[in-house]
Unconditional design. Structure first.
Length: 187
């Protein structure tokens, strides 16, 4: 089964549910994330808005590719004071390609990804799921599919997650910044 991403060549990272993505492992501290991300490029650490008093303070680590003109971060990692790294977002244009059992997830036209997810589920006799926004993706509680507008096409921006402190599900854990991508609502 051949998949087209419609984006330039990119690094390939592996995803291991509840473990991590590429060199990033869930539970890492901010310093460990910065050190692990050095292979990709420059990092910028900032505080996240504390929208919910239930969560401990959270930091956002943005990783920008080396040698690329100023651009959005290729990867954004969210680190909670209580649980460490709990969310990794791969940018639809600049991020590494991450696959789920051979199904490329990053930078895909969301309608093509839906078709491929259905075909994959039928071929492998497994399930897939839709997000509340209507995006199709793997039936894995650690993957939350988001949309990122690239030109006139809505492309996939997956979040790879574990449940954070005080949350019941990955939906409860989603950083509020991920509801807004590139200054626009990601929904």
């Amino acid at each position: 089964m051949a998949f087209k991403t419609g984006v330039a060549e990119r690094d390939e990272w592996s995803y291991s549910p509840a473990v991590g993505v590429g060199p990033l492992r869930f539970g890492m501290t901010v310093d460990e994330v910065v050190e692990a991300a050095e292979m990709l490029g420059q990092t910028k650490v900032s505080d996240c808005a504390r929208d919910h008093a239930l969560f401990t303070p959270t930091w956002k680590v943005e990783v920008h590719r080396r040698g690329v003109a100023p651009s959005p971060p290729a990867v954004t990692a969210y680190v909670s004071q209580a649980v460490g790294l709990f969310c990794i977002a791969a940018d639809a244009v600049h991020g590494p390609q991450v696959s789920y059992d051979g199904l490329p997830l990053v930078g895909r036209d969301l309608s093509e990804l839906e078709s491929d997810a259905i075909a994959y589920a039928e071929a492998m006799d497994v399930h897939f799921r839709y997000t509340p926004e209507g995006y199709a993706g793997p039936d894995d509680s650690g993957v939350v599919m988001r949309g990122q507008l690239v030109g006139q096409v809505l492309r996939s921006r997956p979040l790879f997650m574990v449940t954070r402190d005080g949350a019941n599900t990955e939906w409860d854990s989603m950083p509020s910044e991920e509801y807004r991508v590139n200054g626009h609502s990601a929904a």
